[in-house]
Design a protein around this ligand. Structure first.
Ligand SMILES: Cc1cc2nc3c(=O)[nH]c(=O)nc-3n(C[C@H](O)[C@H](O)[C@H](O)COP(=O)(O)OP(=O)(O)OC[C@H]3O[C@@H](n4cnc5c(N)ncnc54)[C@H](O)[C@@H]3O)c2cc1C
Ligand code: FES
Length: 311
């Protein structure tokens, strides 16, 4: 994301590191989604839109570990060349760290930091995470990536979250409100039982569900478009995170109207730090062939909507 005089500066140089966090709570918000609260002795400055990479193996503390920790990656003797036949390839142990957006942060008066992460259980890593108990320790790397830019010259912000993309929108809405912005927040889910919000948070968001089981029936970008038509009052920025079709729909609403739109993108990630080149995304350039690759983990995950090539 390009910087400008009207952009609240992001911390430079970016501090990041590996930290041990203590699980303060880990509660279901609905059948598939959990919110984990982590306590840390310290953590570098972070911004909404940034993420952490969690080591979803090992087990220090009281949690019941579902995988045998001692199972190391083993190497076959035949055929040659050797290839790993350990648990990451044939089993379901999540050897690589898993990325999760920050969904909230509280800096305490004694210097300690609390982080929130909102996650959906989809596989072995998130299954491991949902079994962590209060008092367990987990290992995380962060904060990673670039966060959303808060514009000094635009008093109004719309934040739009879909599914697990609602997590970073909670953190962003809190930061925007603290920075004195007027915030209109939208949250969408398939159905009420897949909506990852507390009762208190539900009051802050305008909610849509595909099946109409809570809030307005329909898609979250449709509710946003109706509000834009009806109630937009000032120069504004739109921020969104969620399934890619949702973000494209939001971009398609904003771009023709000249409304700045920042999107938090996701790709499968291995290193999370720009080393493995595994998280490439196409962005537009003026040079032939008209596009180039950037890395979601290092150059993003937040991108200007107008910069992206949708495929
Ligand atoms: C920058 C970033 C931020 C993220 N923030 C959150 C968050 O706040 N909360 C949350 O619940 N999840 C988030 N994710 C997705 C999360 O990292 C994956 O769900 C997690 O790694 C799955 O691990 P697993 O071992 O449980 O499942 P796996 O077995 O690794 O995956 C289960 C299924 O999910 C798909 N999947 C996994 N990762 C991705 C991805 N990045 N993009 C598309 N499909 C994927 C896999 O293809 C597979 O079908 C984020 C991803 C990125 C890149
Ligand atoms: S995840 Fe390795 S370069 Fe982005």
């Amino acid at each position: 994301m390009s910087s400008s005089q009207n952009t609240q500066s992001l911390a430079e140089p970016r501090a990041r590191g590996v930290f041990t966090a203590c699980v303060l709570s880990n509660d279901p918000l609905c059948p598939k989604h959990y919110r984990i609260r982590l306590g840390m002795k310290n953590f570098p400055p972070s911004h909404p839109g940034q993420f952490v990479n969690i080591q979803c193996t090992g087990c220090r503390g009281r949690g019941v570990c579902d995988h045998a920790d001692a199972q190391a990656l083993t190497w076959s003797q035949t055929p040659r060349p050797r290839h790993p036949t350990g648990p990451e390839t044939i089993g379901r142990i999540p050897l690589l760290r898993r990325p999760f957006s920050l969904a909230g942060r509280r800096d305490m008066t004694d210097g300690t930091v609390e982080l929130d992460i909102l996650y959906r259980v989809v596989g072995p890593g998130t299954n491991w995470l949902c079994q962590r108990k209060t008092g367990d320790e987990i290992d995380l790397l962060g904060p990673l990536g670039n966060g959303f830019a808060i514009r000094e010259d635009k008093p109004l912000a719309a934040v739009i979250g879909g599914g697990t993309g609602i997590g970073p929108m909670i953190y962003l809405a809190e930061s925007l409100s603290s920075a004195g912005r007027d915030v209109k927040a939208f949250a969408g889910a398939r159905t009420v039982s897949a909506l990852p919000l507390t009762e208190e948070q539900k009051g802050f968001f305008e909610i849509t569900t595909d099946d109409g089981s809570l809030g307005q029936a329909g898609m979250v970008h449709e509710a946003f478009a109706q509000w834009l038509e009806r109630d937009r009052t000032a120069e504004m920025v739109v921020y969104a995170c969620g399934p890619e079709p949702m973000m494209k729909a939001v971009a398609d609403i904003c771009t023709p109207s000249g409304i700045e739109c920042q999107l938090a993108m996701e790709r499968h990630m291995a290193c999370g730090m720009g080393v493995c080149q595994g998280c490439a995304i196409k962005v537009k350039t003026d040079e032939p062939p008209g596009w180039m690759f950037k890395l979601v983990c290092k150059d993003g995950p937040v991108f200007d909507a107008g910069e992206l090539v949708w495929e």
